[in-house]
Design a protein around this ligand. Structure first.
Ligand SMILES: NC(=O)c1ccc[n+]([C@@H]2O[C@H](COP(=O)([O-])OP(=O)(O)OC[C@H]3O[C@@H](n4cnc5c(N)ncnc54)[C@H](OP(=O)(O)O)[C@@H]3O)[C@@H](O)[C@H]2O)c1
Length: 281
């Protein structure tokens, strides 16, 4: 059973491609007022117009921002709050893998900056709006790639050693540590926060890493899910009455499942929270 999404206010990041685009389109089809965040102006405008046409929903807005930077995250929150006084569903989805170590405009390692700090920062900037819109939902797109990783606080920016897959897996573990810590902090506030793994999905993922990686992604794409299939759990978390009031869980294929034991370490979660706060101060 799904709640009506008619007129619900939704903000979704990474909405110009893959899973984010499929979630945005479906939520728009269900009548939500959707704000798409993207970093490419032309792509953002095209996608917004496609969604309006395909869903016959004119309530599709855009915010142009690079979410790997503090300024981009601040701009997104500021612009959203300028236009809206409520937010029913926030979907943190923008993410990427960087096979070679890259540095953001703020001097942070890119995987950490985009996949973790952006979720943390944007959510915190929108938290009062979410609370005053209760019941509201936060959905963090994580990945099963979080399994088997640990957070190295003395190598948080990959400054001592770097591997793209490890940095990615750790960032997705951070999504879970953040989700569970936020759920504890939001208890009784009417705002739920859950994380999800979308499955292995054929998207633009990985294609920012050169021709070899693009070829590898193309070769394995026949065994991957479609973006629409990958979007199903996110849609479920945004709309289903079954998850009303459910918070601090990890979902795969619409089922709450245990995540890696490392993701439940409260000390690590608190330390990551404090460290992240310092980095956005
Ligand atoms: N695909 C999978 O198998 C899989 C599995 C598990 C988890 N995930 C997770 O699913 C989420 C969505 O990924 P996807 O597979 O749909 O990949 P995708 O097709 O590459 O989509 C990623 C989205 O993030 C946006 N983005 C990237 N860097 C950005 C930046 N600096 N600022 C703002 N937006 C930025 C991209 O914008 P552009 O359109 O401009 O590139 C795009 O809209 C990610 O969090 C990923 O970790 C994916």
């Amino acid at each position: 059973m799904s709640a009506s999404m008619q007129g619900k206010i939704v903000l979704i990041t990474g909405a110009t491609s893959g899973i984010g685009l499929a979630m945005a389109r479906e939520l728009a089809a269900r009548g939500a007022h959707v704000t798409l965040v993207g970093r490419n102006a032309a792509k953002l405008a095209t996608v917004a117009e496609q969604i309006r046409t395909q869903t016959d929903n004119q309530h599709i807005e855009t915010i142009l921002a690079d979410l790997s930077t503090h300024a981009g995250v601040q701009l997104t929150a500021h612009e959203f709050k300028r236009r809206h006084t409520r937010l029913d569903v926030l979907i943190n989805n923008a993410g990427a893998i960087y096979m070679s170590r890259q540095i953001s405009a703020d001097g942070l390692e890119m995987t950490f900056a985009l996949n973790h700090l952006n979720y943390f920062h944007l959510t915190n900037l929108l938290l009062e709006t979410l609370k005053s819109s209760a019941p509201a939902r936060i959905i963090n797109v994580s990945s099963d790639a979080h399994r088997g990783h640990v957070i190295e606080f003395d190598n948080l920016q990959g400054e001592k050693s770097y591997s793209g897959w490890t940095a990615y897996g750790r960032s997705k573990l951070m999504n879970l540590l953040f989700t569970y810590e936020l759920a504890r902090r939001l208890e009784g506030k009417g705002v739920t926060v859950n994380a999800l793994h979308p499955g292995f999905v054929a998207t633009g993922f990985g294609k920012n890493n050169g021709a070899l990686m693009r070829l590898a992604m193309r070769l394995i794409s026949p065994i991957a899910r479609s973006a629409e299939e990958g979007a199903a759990t996110g849609i479920y978390l945004a709309c289903s009455l079954e998850v009303e009031g459910v918070s601090g869980k990890y979902f795969v294929d619409k089922q709450a499942v245990p995540s890696d034991p490392a993701s439940y370490d409260q000390q690590t979660a608190q330390r990551l929270w404090e460290t992240s706060l310092e980095l956005i101060a």
